[in-house]
Design a protein around this ligand. Structure first.
Ligand code: 5GP
Length: 174
């Protein structure tokens, strides 16, 4: 697909960031290129069209760039999952291990009230630690993840195996 090639070209790859041995795939390369950004929007919107969900949940922080876009398209609320201590009001939380260390995810009770089916969105799937923690957090509060949607997937880290819901990625890297 030509749009996927446009996307792939726009992602910037940074060797040894944030530490040696890691190639960082930067989604902001796509955002800097308006044609790539339009292609990204079109591909995501096409993919989620008619998806049966009642909310879009985005992961801190680059999931926040994609989630609201899909929320508007699907006319469903956007709910953020944030790192510890950022969200006000009543929250639910879950600890997790990620590629660069440990952390805690939180979600607002007010956001998920009455929600049953979520589309979970982030920029990139690496070890799957973040996505699986988000999935666990949501399942604990009674929300089923219909799909995990990412722009990029690092296949060799096999993040998919940690996640119960189907995973869809636009760009796959070995
Ligand atoms: P995981 O929890 O799957 O190991 O890591 C995924 C999380 O770390 C995502 O929230 C993602 O934003 C971030 N991340 C890890 N590696 C990269 C990378 O190479 N590029 C980008 N853009 N994000 C990364």
């Amino acid at each position: 697909k030509q749009q996927l090639q446009v996307l792939e070209k726009a992602v910037k790859n940074y060797p040894d960031f944030p530490k040696e041995g890691i190639i960082f795939r930067d989604i902001f390369g796509i955002m800097q290129d308006v044609h790539a950004l339009q292609a990204l929007r079109d591909l995501l919107v096409e993919h989620v069209a008619l998806m049966d969900i009642d909310c879009v949940v985005g992961l801190d922080s680059r999931g926040f760039l994609l989630g609201p876009l899909l929320s508007v398209e699907l006319a469903k609320p956007f709910i953020p999952i944030r790192k510890k201590g950022k969200l006000p009001g009543k929250i639910f939380s879950e600890n997790y291990v990620k590629e660069y260390g440990e952390d805690t995810f939180e979600i607002q009770a007010s956001g998920i009230k009455g929600k049953k089916k979520a589309l979970l969105v982030d920029d990139l799937l690496a070890t799957g630690g973040s996505m699986s923690a988000a999935e666990l957090l949501l399942s604990k509060v009674g929300v089923n993840v219909v799909e995990c949607l990412v722009v990029m997937e690092l296949k060799s880290l096999n993040g998919r195996s940690k996640i119960k819901a189907p995973v869809h990625s636009l760009l796959k890297y070995d």
